[in-house]
Design a protein around this ligand. Structure first.
Ligand code: SF4
Length: 217
């Protein structure tokens, strides 16, 4: 296994493109979902990820000057009405900050919100423990970006710091999430060379729902 470590407050692992960081949004709304941008760091460095070119999304500037504390995130959320869900998303891998996610999700659950986490599924490798257990009762849905049906393709597309072991780590994370979290969605981006049917078959075999996301140059 690679020796890469990701502490809760370590420096961002990815060089940020130029953005107006002072205007970065911690909580941003798209439709009836409120997205939480708690880090720009990732364990992976996916070839298709737009964040390396531009840390903005649908008019929202997500380039953080520093990672917000749980109190800052909760302040940014407030108590909005009419939401379907609150989503830990990024641009970045929220479970790099699993302790902050647990803290924030516990408070938001008490406010009555439905909670989803979008993740690359490598949190167990990063933290060297089973992270899903810590999310039980706080998180309604986990959406895992799988993007490949085999380790070689996964490594080519997602550049895991754990090498091809990263793929097995994601599959184990998905299986554990299916066992403990009410709703688990596995997704794949239609990057050229990815066998979407094989991804679907693997997702279903692991017990998850499958969703395709369209690749954009
Ligand atoms: S894990 Fe997500 S945010 Fe991170 S590099 Fe990959 S696609 Fe981008």
């Amino acid at each position: 296994m690679a020796t890469t470590t990701f502490s809760e407050n370590s420096a961002m692992s990815d060089a940020s493109p130029e953005t107006t960081v002072s205007e970065a949004e911690i909580a941003y709304r798209i439709g009836n979902s409120l997205y939480l941008n708690i880090t720009n760091r990732c364990s992976n460095r996916c070839t298709f990820c737009p964040k390396f070119a531009d840390l903005s999304l649908k008019g929202h500037n997500l380039g953080l000057a520093s990672e917000p504390t749980p109190a800052e995130v909760l302040l940014a959320v407030g108590e909005p009405e009419g939401l379907d869900e609150i989503v830990f998303c990024g641009f970045g891998e929220p479970l790099l900050r699993v302790d902050a996610v647990v803290h924030i999700a516990r408070e938001l659950k008490q406010r009555g919100y439905r909670i989803r986490i979008n993740t690359d599924g490598q949190a167990d490798l990063v933290h060297d423990r089973s992270v899903v257990t810590e999310l039980v009762g706080l998180v309604d849905c986990i959406s895992v970006s799988l993007n490949a049906a085999d380790a070689t393709t996964y490594q080519r597309i997602c550049n895991s710091p754990y090498g091809e072991a990263g793929f097995d780590g994601v599959c184990t994370f998905i299986a554990e999430a299916v066992r403990q979290i009410p709703h688990v969605v596995v997704s794949a981006v239609t990057v050229p060379g990815v066998d979407i049917d094989a991804c679907r078959a693997l997702a279903l075999k692991l017990g998850a729902e499958f969703r395709v996301r369209e690749y954009q140059e």
